[in-house]
Design a protein around this ligand. Sequence first.
Ligand code: BMA
Length: 858
Amino acid sequence: MRKPFFTALILSGLIARAWTQQEIRSSLQSVELNKNWHFREASGQTWFPASVPGCVHTDLMRNGLIPDPFFGTNEQQLQWIGEKDWIYQTTFDLPADLLRRDSVELVFKGLDTYARVTLNDSILLVTNNMFREWRRECKALLRKRGNALTIRFGNVFDENLPRYRNAPYPLQAFDNNDQAKIKIAMYSRKAQFHYGWDWGPRLVTCGVWRPVLFEGWSSCRIRNVRVIQESVNNAEADIASSLQLQSSTTQRVRIHVSADGLALSDTMTVLQKGFNSIVLKGIIPNPKLWWTNGMGSQYLYSLRATVVTQNGYTDSVTTRIGVRSLKVVRGKDSVGISFFIRLNGVPVFMKGANYIPQDNFQNRVTPERYEFIVKSAAQANMNMLRVWGGGIYEEDLFYDLCDKYGILVWHDLMFACAMYPADEAFLGNVKHEIIDNVKRIRNHPSIALYCGNNENHAAWYGWGWKELYPPAMQVDCERDLRKLFDEVIPEALNETDPTRYYQHSSPIAGFNGIPPVQGDIHYWGVWHGKEPFEDYEKNIARFVSEYGFQSYPQLSSVSKFTEPNDRELHSPVMLSHQRCMADERRDKEYGNRLIAAYMKKLLRSPKDFDSYLYASQVLQAEGVKMAIEAHRRNMPACMGSLYWQIDDCWPVASWSSIDYYGEWKALHYYARRLYEPLLIAPRIAEDEVSVFIVSDRLEPVSGELQVRVLDFEGREVYAFTSPVSVKANASATYIKLRKGDVVGRNDEARLVMVSRLTSGDSTLAENLTYFKYPKDLELKRPEIKVEVTNGRDGYEIHLRSNTLAKNVYLLCEGQEGFFSDNYFDLLPHVARRVEFMPKKEIADIQHALKVFSLVDSY
Ligand code: BMA
């Protein structure tokens, strides 16, 4: 082991005092401009108060100038907003000490998108990329009193239609997404889902979407710290901190880097006037490693870099780092070419979902909503989210939360389902965008990999886009595709984060898993391809980064965007909240028809609208269950399962497992069970019942595996028990039975197979399997005894049924709150306890609580 470099633990203030013998002043001073904003339509006269950060839609709403765009069919009447130019303005005074700094910059963390910024009558900045951070030196333009900042947002059509008309060749986009006759989304570096998606409205907003501030500094400041973990093991972590400093003069400075107060390095150096790069190395002995959710703790070190100048200025930057080694392992193996994550030396199966922006209007996504969604992922035993390419580079808080909850991030760059321009200006713009964002996020332990785009390559090579062009043009298109994703982006990554894995697109192995030899797939045979759920079994790749099935939000959520007479599947309002129109152009019933077709196969026809919403969620959950079980059973050939999608950006029929209002759908409860570290996943094929146990635990588990077959009244018709030692981090079959023996002469429509792994008195894993689709089961109307007692954070609901109750659905009428479990099957005569945490106190819970099950839906 190398000798760790220790200097005595010296607080930066003390170093500074010893160094300068004078009062220490902070180099940096920030003043946020979030007050006194007004806005108006550019050709109008009247100013209205505005919120910054924010966007024009929420400002219009707050002023009572437009109705809620998510309600009813309002979206359709509000398209004019995106066609106008908008002006934002504020006037402000500034503190004298800010103006005394060597430099004062105006910093925009995000402007959406085409902005012309005027400061005290001088044009300071013209922007064209909502993802970039913009900063300009502006000290010479500022005064103490009566400053004015004006931002004019140009509409995307005026900006992009000329580009569209002058393009060297027409650019394709998937019809379902950019929901207009002329598709221009790809010309703007703006969240692509703003133009509409197959789960999202078309609301082309604009505005100051991230904070605006002045940053003044004197003498020297730390611009950026990149933390490189050169090698990590249990004994030590070699840490290189690469600092970028800016100095207003040539001067000697002292730089100190520490992790949790432990000095990693302490040095004196001479900085040149301008930008300076310096790398400081140090060792964290016996590091506490960062693990993903379910595998260990998520320890985060506070890494602090401090610079102190001879003339008494100091600046410091603190970043939270997780010490871990992570590799995306691509190499030849017995199946083909592997694709898996090795974390701290251990291959880890990725369990998770795809993530889209949580709102069309980003300023409404509060810290609480962020925490709720990432925590919900962790609660569902996920360890990965894929930040999908049609959305945004997320807020810092999102990555902080992923660090905290042990959720790795598969990070698409923001390109999706389209062809993109490749002129020099566009490519240069993209390069800046990648550099800005990667610099911002690269220290997070949660960032696992970068991926160039969502499905652009698949569309070009697989959806027939290439064939739309004459051969000579195909060559140009392909060259441009490569330029962006194989040259410009990798170069930008190489400058900023050269050691993280990058792949040009997702999927890299196509749309089905036959044969599953290399890379990730998006399997859409189920849903878009109308294949049966059983086909999930046949389409297992090395990593399934997308697959999924739609459902509707629950009734209380639907009630929030509809009037009572809209609550009918084919009403104009419900249809405008169903955006999947794939293949059959602009056919609004397309998505509904797909749900109906699968529903017909699996479930009995729901008796009314409310039941239909519920049944759609059960259907989605049952379908995705087949997929997750198939993927996990097939580890290590398959090492990842990310369903499409965890969240929604507005209330809509979609593939989400949590609706826009934060209600867990049936799928999210199912996912939590299916992503448990220990999963029993029986598979019935022909006459054979194979009981698999999949374990993500790193130690073998000893226990007893019971397979019992019960009739719906609880009578046991078959039982088999065997001691097992469950292999660590593996999937294997532990029992094989003949279906004929298991079922005997009993009617399959009245049986449930209960597979259970126990250790002593505790159940480690359990799964229920049926021999028929739910519609063919002879379920009786259950009598469910319900008792409610006061619990720690709410109520405890005790349930017991006289017969098997399938997909028990608890709901507290008129009350918002969270059920610890829902949509579960209740075995006869087995007590079950569910907690309910209401948002507000409930006067009469017995009265408000309703208990349904599948038989009540038909
Ligand atoms: C995928 C995604 C999205 C889309 C989803 C559902 O391919 O990448 O573009 O919303 O399918 O169709």
